[in-house]
Write a protein that binds this ligand. Sequence first.
Ligand code: KG4
Ligand code: ZN
Length: 339
Amino acid sequence: MKDIKILAIETSCDETSAAIVVNGREVLSNIIASQIDIHTKFGGVVPEVASRMHIEVISAVVQEALDKAELKLTDIDAVGVTYGPGLVGALLVGMQYAKSLAYSIGKPLIGVNHIEGHICANFIEHKDLKPPFVCLVVSGGHSFIVYMKAFGEFEVIGQTRDDAAGEAYDKVARAIGLGYPGGPKIDKLSKEGNADAIKFPRANFHDDTLDFSFSGLKSAVLNYLNKAEMTGQQINRADVAASFQKALVDVLVDNVIKTCKMKEVDKIAIAGGVASNSTLRATLIKEGQKHGIKILFPAPVLCTDNAAMIGSAAYFEYVNGRTADLTLNAVPNLKLGER
Ligand code: KG4
Ligand code: ZN
């Protein structure tokens, strides 16, 4: 069978990225222009600024992806693009660019769900991985436990009822003065702290659900900090970071292992920015060993937003005949499995 080369574009948040991916698994190039330095000044992503930055760099990023792969536009078989969920203005920049490219080379356009892209990062890292498996998707905007039954078939088993895992990391990091993005900073600082120093709550729902919640945990950290300030008590930031992280990771790991038992699956893949967290990885591996479950994760560069993962997801849509036309629109709150 002929190799399928997909040019993929991702602009759903604050990374402008373009990649060339062959047959959904082999990455020829994956160019990522991060806007993090600009948004750091504001303590988080400013949507309008993100859209403008995407416009400024997208042409150069796409060209670099082609150059690095040593391909011309005419060598491409299809153009894949994230059409949701994400920031509407940011999504539109990538989509307009992708539509124009697909039209100009007369090749199909494929709309990709960003969350599906995060999951598919695992197909790049693990060349033989096939569904069924359970995937824990934990990023700045989303937290889901997903059962991937077959290629392109997803069942959401649990999700956050409020804050996403990455959002909780970012908010707690800001409260203890670590800055944005908080996840990697808490990850690092926690190594110097005692994770059992402070007992932060784990949300339990009494309705047989595998949903989870992090806003109570975040509030508990904020209350702890306020109380310490009012009473003049010195806080140990590393202990706060490590204890917060343990509470969050415990809930995720518990629920994802329960999902595997329920679905009788022996593989967990993790995805999204928080999937590069060292405590989450170590805890999952330890619990996985106890329960005979294999834990798979992508390299950190494939965990955070990137176009290679979109190129992988686009390939599986393409082989299932799911291409889009030029009326494809951005869907900021696109759900997983929705088309
Ligand atoms: O997947 P991603 O790049 O963007 C979204 O689609 O949201 O995830 C970004 C999130 C941020 O909240 C960041 O703080 C978090 O991932 N993150 C981490 C780590 N690296 C990134 N959280 C915990 N530990 C890390 N090592
Ligand atoms: Zn993402």
